[in-house]
Design a protein around this ligand. Structure first.
Ligand code: HEC
Length: 130
């Protein structure tokens, strides 16, 4: 009788632990990567202006065709501070935290919340070339 109660307690504890694990798994998101998340957004939303010949490249020197171009930044310096999306100019601009006329994409529709979130998570994870 005593053994049975211990057994039930153990089973209940395991069941509770599994429930917690399942909940944690559902919340955890896949890491954002440069090649699968960031580059595709830049191709669609940024490079028409941010490549040689484009208005954004002409004005700022920012070439968004590659990881190297993004990390090099503008002619004034880097726009990404790895690990710190709050202070990275890139995030400030696409989130609209700077003056409205500086918001990126210029003259275009704002990025979706999901896209903005991808940039933020990628920078906070260290802005790696992954
Ligand atoms: C319609 C053209 C256009 C598109 C699309 C565009 N930009 Fe720009 N961008 C510009 C121009 C022009 C400048 C330079 C003048 C300025 O800053 O207003 C610029 C400048 C910038 C700068 C530098 C600002 C500074 O500190 O000097 C960043 C960062 C930037 N763009 C990021 C982006 C990102 C990221 C995207 C895509 C999500 C994007 N841009 C899409 C035209 C564009």
């Amino acid at each position: 009788m005593k053994n049975k109660r211990v057994g039930f307690g153990a089973v209940a504890a395991i069941a509770a632990a599994l429930t917690l694990l399942a909940a944690a798994g559902a919340v955890a998101q896949q890491p954002v990567t440069f090649s699968e998340d960031i580059l595709p957004i830049m191709k669609i939303r940024c490079i028409e202006c941010h490549q040689p010949g484009g208005a954004g490249y002409q004005a700022s020197g920012l070439d968004l065709r590659t990881y190297q171009g993004l990390m090099k930044g503008t002619k004034y310096g880097p726009i990404v501070i790895p690990g710190n999306a709050y202070l990275s100019n890139l995030n400030v601009l696409i989130e609209g935290r700077a003056a409205n006329k500086l918001r990126m994409p210029h003259d275009g529709k704002k990025l979706s919340r999901c896209e903005i979130d991808s940039f933020r998570r990628w920078v906070n994870r260290g802005a790696k070339d992954d």
